[in-house]
Design a protein around this ligand. Structure first.
Ligand code: CU
Length: 112
């Protein structure tokens, strides 16, 4: 009978079983743990959308956002003027953070 109860619990609360596993990638999004001095990461500009205030970047892992794999995605930018300094193909260094639910570039510099 104990076995039956265990199976029932597992069936009813799959979230508990999931939480027990250590999975990386985008699975576990820690609640805003980034420090102000988060390390700059490398990115490459894929597309600049000034009208929308967004930039598409191919980027390396962003540990502070729970992204441990390189990927290409759209970011907002903290300072719209940065979009004038970015063009397709540019290599940049940046820090991204979750600002009110939007993944936002909060620090930016051109890569040398
Ligand atoms: Cu990403």
């Amino acid at each position: 009978m104990k076995t039956t109860i265990a199976i029932l619990l597992a069936a009813l609360f799959p979230a508990l079983a999931m939480a027990a596993g250590e999975h990386g990638a985008h699975g576990a999004m820690p609640a805003h743990t980034s420090a102000p001095d988060a390390k700059m990461v490398d990115g490459q500009v894929k597309k600049v959308d000034k009208a929308a205030g967004k930039v598409t970047l191919a980027h390396g892992p962003l540990a502070n956002l729970g992204m441990d794999m390189p990927m290409t995605m759209v970011f907002r930018v903290k300072d719209a003027a940065w979009l004038d300094q970015m063009k397709e193909g540019d290599k940049i260094r940046f820090v991204a953070d979750n600002v009110n639910g939007a993944i936002t570039v909060v620090r930016f510099e051109k890569a040398q």
